[in-house]
Design a protein around this ligand. Sequence first.
Ligand code: LRH
Length: 476
Amino acid sequence: DAPRTVAAVDLGATSGRVITGTITDGVLTMRHEARFPNNPVRTRDGLHWNLLGLYQHVLDGLAAAERDAPGQIASIGIDSWAVDYALLRDGRVLGVPYAYRDERTARGVEAVHAVASPEELYRRNGLQHLPFNTVFQLATDGELLELAEQMLLLPDLLAYWLTGAQVAERTNASTTGLLRADTREWDAELAEQVGVPARILPHLVDPGAVLGSLEGEAARVVGRDIDVVAVGSHDTASAIVAIPNTGRDFAYVSCGTWGLVGLELDEAVVTDAAREANFTNEGGVDGRVRFLHNVMGLWLLSESQRHWEPAATDAQRSSTLQQLLADAAQVVGDVPIFDVNDPVFMAPGDIPERIAAWLTERGLEAPTTPAGIVRSIVESLAQAFAEAVATASALAEHPVSVIHIVGGGSQNTLLCQATADRSGLPVLAGPVEATAMGNLLVQARAHGWVPDSLAEIRSIVARSTQIIRYDPKHTR
Ligand code: LRH
């Protein structure tokens, strides 16, 4: 039989993975080839991604995949967190790319708002205001912008290193702030207005396009010249492809580092009300719109753990997390709810202390034990998820009968139940690896192995995963 296996490189802001997927009789089976931590590094000039380390892990993971299924992998797709980028000249990266939590972005916001008001930006790009949207980051680059010939978003940069192709995949480009919400083409005029030379914006491609095949050293290390295919290279775009629901009246929480909470729509909603509620219209696979709000997500838990156990390994932290959640489930009585979206929780560091300070400043009693803090985080996240679902539904006038939680957070039973309780809606949890599944299935479709429609892709996801249902019990 012809090979029916594809490989997904899925890089999250706290960990990355290489997963292969094989389609047999309409069911997708996955195999984890590599999993590695992703920790930004703080240097004198700010917070950066360790991009070379990540690239090395990607190559090693792909080599492992090729060893496990020699000659079987038809293509590779790459996705990662959004907004971050590298500038290039003569094919060389200029400077170590920053991580979006770096604090310098405040300057960029000021500079951009001086020439384009928040209202104008929203009308053009439809994006919620996040201080790290690419446009604000670029505005801090100064004369590097003059030197640069090309700007590549990080998944596109990795694809470039692998194949030599320099393009911008459209779903991720939609998070830059420089793509028009109506035409989904670069807004060259806005770029020039805010001081970004339009020439650095690469040719746009859509998910499914073949970018090229592994070349040179990459082909040698991996063992073969496999094709690289564009997928929803924004991780959230890929995750939403893998929502196991063939209807339209669902909301979702793509819950990893962030909780991306919202709806899938056909048209962007760029009303004043949507802007004031800080809802975004990101570009999805097949031209769908991801109308959503960024809620802080599992970051609050992982960062708290990093604070409590600075020396622990990833594996140790994941076992302590289970214990912490079990203890948190035993906490009796109400825990205080805090605003998880408060920008004070954005930067890495002493999250538990910041939560305590947030509560005390408002006359609320802060939990004193890790279990109490974890419970407070979980309940506060669930509250924010429930509110974002209700707001999205009202703003888009779109009915919602169920909430799908996908990604790492779907394994957190306390969080899933609390979200059902606080929203009054059933929660369907899973798949955990939604992003990788969306990545794999968009490639499978490009090869003609699965039917064209998103609904059919989603029914494959439903057949290939175990979904857990949480009904609201203690409605609040
Ligand atoms: C999630 C995510 C999210 C973006 C953020 C930068 O990983 O891509 O959709 O807002 O990272």
